[in-house]
Design a protein around this ligand. Structure first.
Ligand code: NDP
Length: 600
C-alpha cells in the first residue's frame, strides 16, 4: 500500500516498514547490552580523569543537612532550589575535578548541545545571561554551570575528586552516613543522588581490544595531550597520524569533522548511521533578546517540552528540528475523530516520520559527492528510534580525500589488532583509535552509580531492585527515608534533560520545606504509594514496547531487547509533559500524598 500525505510527497510506508525491519534484523544480537565492556578493571584507564591532577588530602568528617552526590546540573540546580528555600547547609560530592557533570567530562572537539541554548541552559533570566548564539558549545555550557554556582555562592559547597563508595541510613541518628574513596565520613539528614544517567563510559566488546599497541581513549575523556588543540579543533598533534573513530552517534558526529580536519587520515567506522538533520545555528538577534518579557524562559522551556512530549501548545516558539515533527503529529491529532481516532493519529505520525526521514536521506544525496558513500550514510529507522542529531558539517566531511567511511553493514568492527582494526576482512593500520561508543544504559543502577545505598534495616537498594525496579515518582523508595533520586526511570525523561533536573530540584525543595514546616524531618514513600506508582508506570509504558521493538538496536531499546517488564523501568510512558503536569498538581495540592512525614 502506498500512502500519500495530504497534498505532499508520496511515502511508501509498507516499503519503508520492510526496509526498517530488514536493517534492524541485521543488527539484532543475542548478547544485547552484554556486548559492551565496562570501563573498570583492565579498562579503567578509559575512565580516568585527564583534565586535572589528583590532589591528595586528609579525610574529612562532617555533618550537613543535605549531601548531594554529583556537581553537574542535577547537583547544582538542587543546591540552588534548596538555597532559595532557605536550606544552605549543603555539600555536593563529585568525582570530577570541578563543576559541570557531563559537561565536565565531555570536552571533545566540536562538543555542543543540539537543543536551542535558550531552552537548554537553565536559569538564564536569573543569572542575566543571554547566549550569543542559538546553540551553545560545551565550554559555554560549562561556563554557565560555573556562572550559576557563583551567582548562588555555591563554590565552597563541593568536595571534588571524591567518589562516594557507600551511603547508609543510620536510624538511631536519623541521618545518612556517606563514605568516600578518600576515607571521608559525611553525615547528612537528607541524601540526594544526581549521578547522571549516561555517566559510565562503555567500550564495544571487540575481540583483541585490549591488545592494541597504539594510542586510544574514549571521547568522554578526550586526550588533548595526545591530539593537541582544544574544543574548537586544530588538533595539531594528529599531524602525520592515522586515526580510527568507532561510533557515529551524537558524540561521533560532532567530533568527526575536527578529527578529519587534523589527522593525516581518518577512518570513520560506522555500524548504524545517525539521522543527521540540519541545525542552522545563528547569532542571537539583539532586538529579539531586548523584546523578551520577564518569565520568557519558562515559557520557552514549557513550550519545547509540550511540543516534544505530547503536551498541548498553541504555537511553536522554538521552531527547530525537534519541534517540527511533533507539530505535524499534533496537527493530525487535532483532526482525528471517531472510534479509530488513535489509529489515525498513529498513521499520521508514521507518515510525518517517513517524510522527515526521506528528507534526511535526500539531504545526504545532496551533500555527499560519492553516491556509494552517500548510500551507506543513510539511516533506515524511524526518527526517534535513536537520538535525533543535528549538524551542519558532518556529511561534508565525507567529501574529503583523507576520510574513509568504513561501513560495517550493521555488524561492527570484526577485531582490533595490535596495529589497527579489521573491518570486512581488511585490516587498517592506525596510530590511534578513538572510542565514541557511548555510556552504559540498562546495567544495574548501583553499578553505574558506583556505590550502594543501604536503607532501613540494612536493606540494600541493589538487592531491592534486583527483584523489581520500583520507586514512587522515580524519586522516592520505600525503606529509604530521606533519599531523593534524580533519575529518569518511572519519572520524566524529557528531551531537554536539564528541564527534568530543574523540576526534580523544585520538588525536593518543596518536600523539605513541608517537612520543616511540620517539624517532622523524616520523609518516606509508603509501600502502597510505591506499588500503585509502579503499576501505573507499567500501564503507561504499554505503548513503548510496540514502538521500540520495530526499531534498530541502540541504547533507547536495550539493544533491541526491550520487554514489557523492562519498559516499566523506563521514563514515564505517557511523556514528560504528562509527568510534570501530574507532579505540579501533586505539589500544589500540598498534602504530598504517598509520602509519610515523621519524627523518625
Ligand atoms: P551512543 O551510544 O549514542 O553511540 C555509540 C556509537 O558506538 C553508535 O554509533 C554505535 O553503533 C557505535 N558502536 C557500538 N559498538 C560498536 C561496534 N562494536 N562497532 C562499531 N560501532 C559500534 O553514544 P554517544 O556518545 O554518541 O551519545 C550518547 C548520548 O549522549 C546521546 O544519545 C545524547 O543523549 C548525549 N549527547 C548529547 C549531545 C547533545 O547535543 N545534547 C551531544 C552528544 C551526546 P550502533 O548505533 O550500531 O549501536
Amino acid at each position: 500500500m502506498s500512502v500519500v500525505d495530504a497534498g505532499t510527497t508520496p511515502v511508501d510506508l509498507e516499503g519503508l516498514r520492510a526496509k526498517y525491519l530488514e536493517e534492524r534484523d541485521k543488527r539484532l544480537r543475542k548478547d544485547g547490552i552484554d556486548q559492551y565492556i565496562g570501563t573498570g578493571g583492565d579498562f579503567s584507564y578509559f575512565a580516568e580523569d585527564p583534565y586535572v591532577e589528583r590532589v591528595e588530602r586528609v579525610p574529612i568528617t562532617r555533618t550537613c543537612e543535605v549531601a548531594i552526590v554529583g556537581a553537574g546540573f542535577g547537583g547544582i540546580l538542587t543546591a540552588v532550589k534548596l538555597k532559595d528555600a532557605g536550606i544552605d547547609d549543603v555539600l555536593m560530592i563529585e568525582k570530577g575535578g570541578d563543576f559541570g557533570g557531563t559537561w565536565y567530562w565531555n570536552r571533545y572537539p566540536g562538543l555542543a548541545c543540539d537543543m536551542k541554548s535558550y531552552v537548554y541552559l537553565p536559569l538564564l533570566e536569573e543569572t542575566g545571561y543571554m547566549p550569543p548564539r542559538s546553540y551553545a558549545s560545551g565550554p559555554e555550557i560549562r561556563a554557565h554551570a560555573e556562572r550559576i554556582v557563583d551567582h548562588w555562592s555555591l563554590r565552597d559547597k563541593a568536595l571534588f575528586q571524591t567518589l562516594v563508595t557507600r551511603a547508609e541510613w543510620i536510624g538511631a541518628s536519623g541521618r545518612w552516613r556517606v563514605s568516600t574513596d578518600r576515607g571521608d565520613v559525611i553525615e547528612a539528614r537528607y541524601l540526594v543522588t544526581a549521578n547522571g544517567p549516561l555517566s559510565r563510559p562503555k567500550l564495544p566488546g571487540i575481540p583483541g581490544i585490549a591488545g592494541f599497541r597504539g594510542h586510544t581513549f574514549h571521547t568522554s575523556r578526550w586526550d588533548y595531550a595526545y591530539t593537541g588543540g582544544g574544543p574548537d579543533g586544530n588538533l595539531t598533534g594528529l599531524k602525520g597520524k592515522r586515526v580510527a573513530i568507532i561510533g557515529t552517534g551524537a558524540t561521533g558526529i560532532q567530533c568527526i569533522p575536527h578529527l578529519a580536519a587534523s589527522a593525516d587520515h581518518l577512518y570513520v567506522v560506522q555500524r548504524t548511521p545517525s539521522g543527521v538533520d540540519i541545525r542552522q545555528e545563528v547569532p542571537t538577534d539583539p532586538e529579539w533578546a531586548a523584546s523578551l518579557k520577564p518569565g520568557w524562559q519558562k515559557e520557552w522551556i514549557d513550550n519545547f517540552n509540550a511540543l516534544t512530549s505530547g503536551g498541548a501548545a498553541e504555537r511553536d516558539l522554538i521552531e527547530d528540528g525537534w519541534t517540527f515533527l511533533f507539530k505535524k503529529i499534533a496537527a493530525a491529532a487535532a483532526t482525528a475523530s471517531g472510534p479509530d481516532a488513535m489509529l489515525q493519529i498513529l498513521h499520521a505520525a508514521e507518515v510525518a516520520d517517513a517524510e522527515k526521514m526521506n528528507e534526511i536521506r535526500a539531504r545526504i544525496d545532496a551533500i555527499v559527492a560519492d553516491p556509494a558513500t552517500a548510500e551507506r550514510l543513510k539511516p533506515w529507522y524511524r526518527r526517534f528510534c535513536k537520538r535525533p542529531v543535528f549538524h551542519d558539517g558532518y556529511l561534508e566531511t565525507f567529501n574529503r580525500d583523507n576520510v574513509t567511511l568504513l561501513d560495517t553493514d550493521g555488524r561492527g568492527v570484526e577485531a582490533v589488532t595490535e596495529t589497527g582494526i579489521r573491518v570486512g576482512g581488511v585490516e587498517y593500520e592506525v596510530d590511534c583509535i578513538v572510542f565514541a561508543s557511548g555510556f552504559e544504559v540498562g546495567t544495574d543502577y548501583i553499578r553505574r552509580a558506583g556505590y550502594d545505598i543501604v536503607g532501613r534495616g540494612g536493606l540494600s537498594l541493589q538487592d531491592k531492585w534486583s527483584h523489581r525496579f520500583s520507586t514512587f515518582h522515580g524519586m522516592h523508595v520505600h525503606g529509604f527515608p530521606n533519599l531523593f533520586l534524580h533519575q529518569n526511570a518511572q519519572a520524566a525523561l524529557p528531551a531537554n534533560f536539564c528541564h527534568g533536573l530543574a523540576e526534580g530540584a523544585k520538588a525536593i525543595a518543596a518536600i523539605l520545606g513541608h517537612a520543616q514546616a511540620l517539624d517532622r524531618p523524616v520523609v518516606e514513600a509508603t509501600q502502597d504509594a510505591e506499588d500503585a506508582w509502579v503499576a501505573h508506570c507499567g500501564e503507561v509504558a504499554a505503548n513503548l514496547v510496540p514502538f521500540f521493538e520495530q526499531c534498530t538496536p541502540g541504547y533507547y531499546n536495550l539493544e533491541g531487547h526491550l520487554t514489557q517488564e523492562a519498559a516499566q523501568g523506563f521514563g514515564y510512558g505517557a511523556g514528560a509533559a504528562a509527568f510534570f503536569h501530574l507532579k505540579d498538581q501533586w505539589l500544589a495540592d500540598g498534602r504530598f500524598a504517598g509520602l509519610e512525614f515523621s519524627t523518625g
